[in-house]
Ligand binder design. Sequence first.
Ligand SMILES: Cc1cc2nc3c(=O)[nH]c(=O)nc-3n(C[C@H](O)[C@H](O)[C@H](O)COP(=O)(O)OP(=O)(O)OC[C@H]3O[C@@H](n4cnc5c(N)ncnc54)[C@H](O)[C@@H]3O)c2cc1C
Length: 537
Amino acid sequence: MRPRKFWGWGYQDERISVDERTALGQIMQFHLPGMELHDTPEPELDDIALPAPRFAAPDQFDEVLSADKYERAAHTYGRATRDLIRGMQRDFSQPPDYVAFPESEEQIAALMEWCGHSDVALVPFGGGTSVVGGVEGGRVGETRAGVISLDMRKFDKVVEIDSISRAARMQAGLFGPALESALKPHGYTLRHFPQSFEFSTLGGWLATRAGGHYASVYTHIDDFVESIRMVTPAGAMESRRLPGSGAGPSPDRMMLGSEGAFGVITEAWMRLQSRPVYRAAATAKFDGEDGFLRGAECVRRLSQSGLFPTNCRLIDRQEALFNGVGTGEHTLLVLGFESADHPVDAWMARAAELCRDAGALLPSEAIKIRDDSGKAGGESESWKESFLRAPYLRDTLLLLGVIAETFETACTWDAFPTLYHSVLERGGAALNELCGGGRITCRFTHIYPDGPAPYFTVLAPGKPGQMLEQWDAIKAAVSETLIACGGTITHHHAVGRDHRPWYDQQRPVLFAESLRASKEVFDPKGIMNPGVLVDRG
Ligand SMILES: Cc1cc2nc3c(=O)[nH]c(=O)nc-3n(C[C@H](O)[C@H](O)[C@H](O)COP(=O)(O)OP(=O)(O)OC[C@H]3O[C@@H](n4cnc5c(N)ncnc54)[C@H](O)[C@@H]3O)c2cc1C
């Protein structure tokens, strides 16, 4: 495998050039005037020291366990800003003791049994792109005799395709690009594209209930599941392949979002789609100070129109400017429709009417119908490129001393204006107090007939040596606001360890008790990813 960076985004051999770094620094000085840039070098493996494993690997797992320095470092954290900051500070004081690379369910079951007897925590690891502390097993600290990170990369096959029902049985460790490459020759796609697509896995998507980048209808991994297989310390559990079923609560729903707390998802039958051929894209603009809220009202009408756009990204003017897709004068609404079956011009024409009725600037020439390359072109494509490039730039921003991170939530339309204003106000106050300034921008990632999923991006000057504390305090202030305003602590990033304080407030008490009871059934010794989602009773 081409080695990935042990601390940041991308491959080890992909370095941002000095010129790019200088250009990014100049852009930041424009967006955060007066900020003093840092110049932290990228961490190298030789810069860091790891504590020795706390226990000797049993002989029976000689072929499965690794204590290799690179592997232990690369499995210490996920890819949240707090992870990157600690990586940048060369803090790898709590790595897993070993990394396991099983290739069969039998090996997983044997590891579970051994960990149960030996009081060692087992932390499932897909691509390690968690942004909520989901793979940070080291945080169990001294409460356990040790931690093993269980990497699923050898479960990397599309096992079977049923072209009559249009579904495929796929292993959980498949990364996004490999999964799509295996389906492409058959004319299919899973059509699930989270921003982290390149470095995340099917098992991770299922375990976190990931959201793809399409704005409406089929975009969540939940909607593509036909059946799931999970190995738990109490045995294996597999749901029946069904297009739908009213037979009681769904076993799939028990495994979806289980975050490795109940067991390891090894494979799933997933519904496929034909590859889209017809596309249309347009960018509507809203001017003025209140452009974002007027745009939100337009999106509300679109979301309730039954048109279900594939792209419907409302981007405030500062964020549009920062992403290089606007001049900073207008809030943008990047709209798109696509289909494998029929032209979508009529859908786009009706959406354009709705936008204009809501006060948007949308001249006919701003509507692009599919070009020969299959891409719709225009701002829609620039947006996609900048969207995929963003995680690479975030590492460099942190090295330059800029705190760059996001919050995501969802709320009903009636709650949205208050939530929006409160986050800007409370978050803005926290930035002033903790960083002496900074800014919060907003866009919608997903839309529903009853509400949007707003996504806030923070950019703020970090203080040398204090960025982690600064970020944790900003995160706490905004998270409290989200819960107080009726939002969810996460729309698609999962709970992990980092969201637990707010998730525990959000979920009903009886539901928490039933989750605890389930944990006892699946994982009676409490070895599976302790600290995420739910604690044992
Ligand atoms: C730059 C960036 C962009 C992102 N964009 C998106 C986005 O657009 N949409 C979105 O939903 N999320 C996004 N995320 C968050 C993250 O990519 C998702 O949560 C993703 O689903 C995690 O997949 P993974 O394979 O990396 O899982 P990991 O990070 O390895 O694990 C995530 C959690 O799932 C558990 N787990 C992993 N594999 C298994 C398994 N086989 N069985 C049981 N449990 C398992 C882990 O223990 C952990 O709790 C983004 C993250 C980053 C850093």
